[in-house]
Design a protein. Structure first.
Length: 141
């Protein structure tokens, strides 16, 4: 069976993984957990994202915010991922997919330049050390 390769251009936030995990508190636990689960590491060759996602989606993750935070800090440090950058897309701009077996060739997609690049950053104001960035994500599965 063939697979799908997807490329997405979006705007979102960028933060060092250790900076995000260190800010986990009772009040922002759900929000940061969502960012950790839906985000991915800035990694051009998938060398680190597999390990990262294995940690974040571990079935043994504690439900208590403090235990969750300590568990992640320990696992991220063990795997030498703490200084890596996490990207979290918020608003998609372009998405293209390629289905099938043969991946050689060129995909292309365009959009008129009249689109709005602004995004609502209010939900993320309480998180320190974030940057608003343009993100290009390519993945297959």
């Amino acid at each position: 069976m063939g697979r799908c390769e997807t490329a997405k251009a979006s705007v979102g936030i960028k933060i060092q993984l250790c900076d995000l995990i260190s800010q986990i508190s009772e009040t922002n636990f759900a929000k940061i957990k969502t960012i950790l689960e839906d985000g991915f590491l800035e990694d051009e060759n998938e060398e680190l994202n597999h390990t990262y996602h294995t940690i974040v989606y571990d079935v043994n993750l504690p439900d208590n915010y403090l235990e969750y935070k300590m568990y992640l800090e320990e696992k991220i440090e063990e795997e030498c991922l703490s200084t890596n950058t996490l990207l979290y897309p918020i608003k998609d701009i372009l998405v293209t997919e390629r289905w099938g077996y043969d991946r050689s060739g060129t995909n292309g997609l365009s959009r008129d330049m009249d689109f709005d690049l602004s995004m609502d950053t209010e939900p993320y104001q309480e998180i320190e050390k974030i940057s608003i960035v343009f993100i290009l994500r390519q993945y297959s599965g």
